[in-house]
Ligand binder design. Structure first.
Ligand code: SF4
Ligand code: SF4
Length: 54
């Protein structure tokens, strides 16, 4: 199970560079986490609007 990005995402892109496996990708006007996610949680605290959920 990958972590999830909620509707609260404002597409700032801050979380993208925190992911060591490149699992955070653009999806329309939001970002999403794909199946490459290892649940390392490195991205979790990077989101200014707390849109990333474990
Ligand atoms: S939990 Fe880790 S692997 Fe998954 S999206 Fe966040 S930084 Fe990437
Ligand atoms: S840091 Fe948060 S608001 Fe910014 S792109 Fe990532 S999930 Fe969206």
């Amino acid at each position: 199970m990958a972590l999830k990005i909620t509707e609260d995402c404002i597409a700032c892109g801050t979380c993208v560079d925190t992911c060591p496996v490149g699992a955070i990708v653009e999806a329309g006007d939001k970002y999403t986490i794909n199946d490459d996610c290892t649940e390392c949680q490195a991205c979790l605290d990077s989101c200014p609007v707390n849109a990333i959920c474990a």
